[in-house]
Design a protein around this ligand. Sequence first.
Ligand code: AHM
Length: 341
Amino acid sequence: MNSHRKLITLDEFTIQETRQFPQATGELSALLRDIGLACKIINKQVLKAGLADILGKHGATNVQGEEQMKLDVYANEMLISVLRGSADCAGIASEENDEHVCFAEDFSVNSKYVVLFDPLDGSSNIDVNAPIGTIFSIYRRVSPLGQPCTTEDFLQPGNKLMAAGYVIYGSSTMMVYATKIGVNGFTLEPSIGEFCLSHPNMKCPEKGKIYSINQGNTCKYSEGTKAFLDYCMENNKEQGRPFSHRYIGSMVADMHRTLIKGGIFMYPADKSNANGKLRLQYECNPMSFLIEAAGGVASNGSMRILDIVPTELHQRCPIYIGSKNMVEKALSYADSPATVA
Ligand code: AHM
């Protein structure tokens, strides 16, 4: 790294961003910093994941006599604990909890925002040391201040999001988040324990060449999805050869690549899952908000994901997301790809 280049930390960046808006109170920025803090603590634990068997199996006690927790449970509890202590969060909803949690402290009931998260997405990848991540999103609550938050605060469509993003625990740890003004990425500098701006103003390439899907499920896909996959595997018009296929099976990692290199990530409906697998409020909406802020496109096969009005906290949603050219191409095969054959 050029030693003369000024390091801009996440904290400094969010403060500078707030100053651009004279009416901003700094509460949203503070919340982003709190999420960053929780994820730094989770990262420390993720780095030790391979040592679980050495330190003691889950359900057992480790050498310090502390009970070992599954990493996704640990991540969930850490996010809840940090956000409960935050002056800027009225409550949370987590993929790991059946119901939302309202924080009862005096400062919480007067907080403007609620946070939704998938604490450890792609957790089946932990055992094989592949990238995993935390996905988060922030809504301004619709319930009155001074009272506990309500279900309605968490069932808002993605087009009402104030901010959303993810932390990827990969070969380096990065936090990428979007507000309506753009997408920025911060790499964790382990020696100082700070997220530092490394990817300013991220844009998803308009044209991509990579498709990302669990192709092993092809027999269950609709005829439209199968036809699009055939197209991806042919010498297509765009590049005169087939597209490349990449699938990590960890949405954060597959989306991080899609954001940087372009392409399409899909988790369509199939014969066994009429709405696909991924959750609207914890995975599809935050990623759709982020990719749109980066110039990309996100659809459920028939409509913009951000315009779907959620009816349940844990509802699932098919997703086609990424570079404009590839998502539009996939949707052109929509007889529809979201419709199960
Ligand atoms: P999880 O909540 O159990 O981690 O599942 C979510 C993950 C996503 O990260 C990923 O895109 C998808 O499930 C992979 O599913 P599949 O193994 O069916 O391809």
